[in-house]
Design a protein around this ligand. Sequence first.
Ligand code: NAD
Length: 310
Amino acid sequence: MKVAIAGAGAMGCRFGAMLAEAGVQVTLIDQWQEHIQTINESGLRVENEQGTQNYHIPALFPEQATGRFDLVIVFTKAMQMTDFLHKIIPIIDEQTTLLCLSNGFGNEETLRQFVSADQILIGVTLWSSELLGPGQIKATGKGRIDFQAVSSDFAPAKLTTVLNLLNEAGLQASLVKNVHESIWRKAGFNSVINPLSALLNCNVAEFGQLNYGTQLTDLILEEINAVAQAEGIPFSVRIIKQMLEAQFNPQASGQHYPSMHQDLNKQRLTEIDFLNGYIVKLGRKHQLATPVNQMITGLIHSKEQLGQLG
Ligand code: NAD
């Protein structure tokens, strides 16, 4: 099976390395010039608990990608996805499967602009990874993938092939019955901790100690809950609050600065339009007011703009 990773940042490179290690024919596709050049010249350096390993995996710019691929694993940031998929249209045909594990609400909608529903697999992953620099990632810890076909017309044999491929690479993949519930749970969690840690300039443990932390969390989650009900998606504020509390321990992930905090620190754009901003958009569709999520979205976009002004 020929596999392309569309968006070979921290996560795409981790998955690419694990698939390559399992003998899968994989190609990394990314638009960061220095990164692609480094991978082609010196290999992809992966730091993990075992030490550092070098992987020689073909790496291309989106404009260079040709030929057909059976599976395209989409791992851009949510806000980069549409542009990226436009650039790699030549490698996508009616037989190509797209698997997307990027964070955020609404990625399925993005993929549906490019292929029919019976070509789409979506899910969430608990694997993590960090870009240390061009051609270099830190890939420690373990994770898993929960995913599902968007349409009941997805070919069962193809589904089994993808599941087996991921598991042969040690990616601990499982098929779930209601992937939207998993996606909304993870995106709900991220819609609290990502913007609030970024706006308050704190790590997860510090956020857990704030007197107003619970109140701010409830304000965001109550609006997401109302929108989830309107969309017919099972959503539990209580479970997300438990997930957050489990992270507050400094010995767990407490010292961690969530990705939106890191993105703003590096003057990069964030996934806010696919977290709180997406809730505002869906709220409008259902005539539900979402002033808290609207305010959060506006504040994060303002921080992005201030970063760009520099
Ligand atoms: P990333 O920021 O590492 O990479 C995303 C894109 O940005 C890539 O195309 C990358 O090349 C580009 N990029 C990164 N640094 C750059 C630089 N300095 N200059 C130019 N381009 C640069 O993204 P990621 O962490 O792999 O995340 C992909 C998706 O997976 C997101 O939706 C994210 O929320 C989700 N996710 C991430 C993790 C994680 O641990 N990183 C875990 C679970 C889910």
